[in-house]
Design a protein around this ligand. Structure first.
Ligand SMILES: *Cc1c(COP(=O)(O)O)cnc(C)c1O
Length: 434
């Protein structure tokens, strides 16, 4: 028996979509909470896998008989538990598309469209939330992961990149993380995963509205400082899980700034509401934070999982999370090479293959050759270098001058590469005309 062929896939996918549409259309008639006892579902599953694949209609029947009755229904109109996790039908289609493409966004090269689509979508969402363009986002699976990333960024900033040495095992200063008494359990978990240890997580008192008290935060910081410990991060929440309390971000940001703390804002649920301008007072002071998490998979209709993690210093995040900075250089070199190739009509040429991080280019305006072309090349590269905005080296290749763009400085990011390319174009295309 072979695996499903593409024509059978086509037919069964239609059947599955019909099943899902019927399931959604009839969901209100189902009990909201699963009416099964522990072990009921398990008892209906065979102990060993089938020898032959089961026909798809049998699988659909199992969905009806075994799986659907064993679900509590987050999409039910009378679901008032946990938090909303609404997955709109359109979002289900998005999941189909994504799975159907079968692409892996490991790096820019592995799926350029995914990387760039993610960049544009997170920018759109940032603008919809009313955040400034200082923020850049990435998609994570959950708020739990996003908050872990935030605390890793905080830890590495506070220790000047201890991870590149012995990590927290080198016995440096004791780092402290401050959280609200009402922060989500994921905040505690993130602090533990990031290696801070429970003894160094400070739950801060709340006021009568269950919001974190900035005076209590200040006092806790002062006590830790006096004891020789190093305050490292504060996680504030806009919309706590228990009661949707709003921590006073502006006051917390002032404290964070004063003491050099990384400030992360957990807006996993309530962040979605910030697409409404009339709600934005709830996170007044958000621009003073270092990172934010908002979950579109809760209250914006995106099927689980889709969590947005925003930072104000994307290069720091890249440095903390990048597994191999040289891979980043290779990716940036490929991006630049693609830009150069795309500007062929404007006279740009890649004059050598780009296997590594060096991109060799020449600008060849129509009618220029030989020594006149060399003069043009040396003129525009000198103009870029003289501007002080970037530095490039001309070199002889095959007897003609060309310009090398050699990537790999530790802090070079995509914005820097875009900027040097813009400067090259301005210098060469302007000079070529004159
Ligand atoms: C739901 C929630 C979380 C956890 O979100 P996950 O995406 O499930 O990790 C964290 N913080 C708040 C405030 C939440 O409402």
């Amino acid at each position: 028996m072979s695996s499903m062929d593409i024509e059978e896939f086509r037919a069964q996918a239609h059947a599955l979509v019909d099943w899902i549409a019927d399931f959604r259309a009839g969901i209100a008639a189902r009990p909201v909470q699963a009416q099964v006892e522990p072990g009921d579902v398990l008892a209906r599953l065979p102990l060993s896998p089938p020898d032959e694949p089961e026909p798809f209609d049998v699988i659909l029947r199992d969905l009806d008989d075994v799986i659907a009755p064993g679900l509590s229904h987050f999409q039910h109109p009378s679901f008032f538990g946990y938090f909303p996790a609404n997955s709109l039908p359109s979002s289900v289609l998005g999941d189909f598309m994504s799975t159907g493409l079968g692409a892996l966004g490991l790096s820019w090269q592995s799926a350029p469209a995914l990387a760039e689509f993610e960049e544009r979508m997170t920018d759109w969402m940032r603008d919809l939330f009313g955040l400034s363009t200082a923020w850049q986002g990435v998609i994570q699976d959950t708020a739990s992961t996003s908050t872990l990333l935030a605390l890793l960024c905080a830890r590495e900033r506070a220790t000047n990149f201890s991870m590149a040495r012995g990590g927290l095992q080198d016995g440096g200063e004791k780092l402290v993380v401050y959280v609200s008494k009402y922060s989500h359990s994921s905040v505690d978990k993130a602090a533990l995963l990031a290696g801070f240890g429970r003894d160094y997580v400070r739950p801060i008192d709340v006021d009568e509205q269950f919001a974190l008290r900035p005076d209590a935060l200040e006092a806790a910081i002062a006590a830790d400082r006096a004891a020789g410990r190093k305050p490292c991060a504060i996680v504030a929440t806009t919309g706590t899980t228990t009661s949707t309390a709003l921590d006073p971000l502006a006051a917390i940001a002032a404290t964070a700034q004063r003491h050099g703390l990384w400030m992360h804002v957990d807006g996993a649920l309530a962040g979605s509401a910030m697409i409404l301008p009339e709600c934005r007072w709830m996170w007044d002071g958000i621009e003073g934070a270092d990172s934010i998490v908002v979950n579109p998979h809760k209250w914006l209709g995106a099927a689980f999982d889709c969590s947005l993690f925003y930072v104000r210093d994307p290069q720091h995040l890249v440095r903390v999370m990048g597994t191999n900075p040289r891979r980043r250089d290779l990716a940036l070199a490929q991006e630049l090479a693609a830009e150069v190739s795309a500007a062929h009509a404007a006279g740009w040429r890649l004059v050598a293959p780009v296997p590594l991080q060096t991109v060799c280019v020449r600008h060849e305006p129509p009618g220029l050759a030989g020594e006149a072309l060399d003069a043009h090349t040396l003129r525009w590269v000198e103009q870029v270098n003289a501007s002080g905005s970037a530095y490039l080296t001309p070199a002889l290749l095959g007897g003609r001058w060309m310009v090398r763009v050699s990537l790999g400085a530790l802090d070079t990011g995509p914005a820097d590469v875009r900027a040097v390319w813009a400067a090259m174009r301005a210098a060469a295309e302007g000079a070529g005309a004159g």
